[in-house]
Design a protein around this ligand. Structure first.
Ligand SMILES: Cc1cc2nc3c(=O)[nH]c(=O)nc-3n(C[C@H](O)[C@H](O)[C@H](O)COP(=O)(O)OP(=O)(O)OC[C@H]3O[C@@H](n4cnc5c(N)ncnc54)[C@H](O)[C@@H]3O)c2cc1C
Length: 397
């Protein structure tokens, strides 16, 4: 079967690899002109890594992954350690070590594994037409392509989603919801003055967070969360100024991190939005996956992992059901929307708790961190992972 994938992010490229491995002829289109992932890095939790293992990329991903052995929370003002514990139970209970990875590294690996010559950049999809036998994609430059199936992995502002939900015919358009904070992220050289090089270190205070995670080649992935209204003016020449304003009075470790940021080399600013869970992901011979289907706030680090799960589930459904393409897509949808909705809601709840939406609740969270052995936090992380289809329903051991 010929399959068109729209979008060459984690969702689109992982789906393309999976479907190509099933023997389909797959072609990918993306509107970006060059491969430039938005954002510096991400945490691949065990469920995401397992899909990459299934795609045959286990060794390569392990080589890109940072050694994230421990986790610690520190008081943002004083730098006092509130708690510190091993993340080994996550690996023991799920069967796979999680890895933070630089996005550019992961993106390059996925694109090259699929075959860059089959990824057509600079092609912006504008419409989709499905005549029941074939699907035709039309691009902004007037060109078209036709296939037996079209997968929309075109991100949070998906055009394919409008086709699937009927918004393109005047139906209600699915809108995003602001999560109440802005995230700044980037890469710096790892520095023990900020936190141990094998530790996920998070400083918390005032409903804000400053965190580092290790990625390959001696680097820290850093991020800062700043609760603030949407739409505040910012341009690249502002650099890290808003961070110095928000965190300049924080603990020495945070000030060291601020001093290490080179805005010209690695600093991204992104307002965080998500989408209310919705359950229409397929229509005829067209399906959506990844952020197009479940734009999730990053508070549990599961958006890309869910996209990888989608690719797994879509491929399994197409490989095992033989009634029709439409039937396989409905089964894919049925297997995924509840799981994704659950994690979107979990991320929202976690974001509200950590970002001071209710200051008393956030204060109670800070208090709960002091002296904890981390077992409740590990339970939460493992709880996000165990519902994945890659776990074959087995749950934690
Ligand atoms: C600050 C932040 C931190 C995060 N941290 C984590 C984390 O730690 N762990 C995790 O698992 N997830 C994390 N996420 C979520 C993760 O980044 C996303 O869920 C994931 O990248 C979604 O991948 P995708 O392929 O679905 O979409 P995208 O990566 O958005 O890719 C969509 C692609 O489609 C293309 N496209 C869009 N429209 C068109 C069109 N009309 N025609 C052609 N091409 C089009 C775009 O150019 C883009 O390349 C984080 C997100 C943010 C914002």
């Amino acid at each position: 079967m010929k399959i068109i994938v729209i979008g060459a992010g984690v969702g689109g490229t992982s789906a393309a690899i999976a479907l190509q491995r099933l023997g389909h002829e797959v072609v990918v289109y993306d509107r970006m002109r060059e491969n430039k992932p938005v954002g510096a890095a991400l945490s691949l939790w065990s469920n995401g890594v397992k899909v990459l293992n299934w795609l045959g990329l286990g060794d390569q991903v392990a080589a890109l992954g940072g050694a994230m052995d421990d986790m610690a929370y520190l008081d943002g003002h004083t730098g006092e350690t509130l708690c510190r514990f091993s993340l080994a139970p996550v690996t023991e209970q799920t069967g796979q070590k999680p890895y933070p990875v630089a996005r550019a590294d992961l993106q390059r690996l996925l694109m090259e594994s699929f075959g860059t010559e089959k990824i057509h950049l600079g092609r912006r999809l504008v419409s989709v037409a499905d005549d029941g036998e074939q699907v035709t994609a039309t691009f902004a430059d007037g060109s078209t392509d036709t296939a037996d199936l079209l997968v929309g992995a075109d991100g949070a502002r998906s055009v394919v989603r409008d086709h699937v939900t009927g918004a393109h015919e005047g139906g209600e358009r699915i809108e995003r919801t602001y999560s109440g904070y802005t995230n700044f992220n980037g890469l710096v050289a790892a520095d023990t003055a900020v936190g141990p090089k094998n530790q996920w270190t998070t400083y918390v205070a005032e409903g804000k967070r400053a965190a580092v995670m290790p990625v390959a080649d001696g680097r820290f992935y850093f991020w800062f969360d700043v609760p603030q209204p949407a739409g505040l003016p910012y341009d690249a020449s502002d650099g890290a100024a808003p961070l110095h304003e928000s965190f300049g009075h924080w603990a020495p470790g945070v000030r060291t991190l601020l001093g290490a940021i080179d805005p010209d080399r690695s600093l991204n600013r992104v307002e965080i939005w998500d989408i209310d869970p919705f359950h229409t992901w397929v229509r005829g011979r067209v399906a959506i996956l990844g952020d197009a289907a479940h734009n999730t706030a990053p508070d549990i680090g599961q958006g890309a992992c869910l996209a990888l799960e989608d690719s797994f589930a879509l491929a399994i459904s197409l490989a095992t059901n033989t009634v029709s393409v439409e039937d396989s897509l409905r089964r894919y949808e049925h297997s995924r929307t509840g799981r994704a909705a659950d994690l979107v809601e979990r991320a929202r709840a976690r974001g509200a708790e950590t970002h001071g939406e209710d200051p008393e609740r956030t204060a109670a969270w800070y208090a709960s961190l002091r002296g904890t052995d981390g077992s409740a936090i590990i339970r939460g992380i493992v709880g996000n992972i165990t519902g994945s289809p890659v776990n074959l329903g087995a749950g934690p051991l």
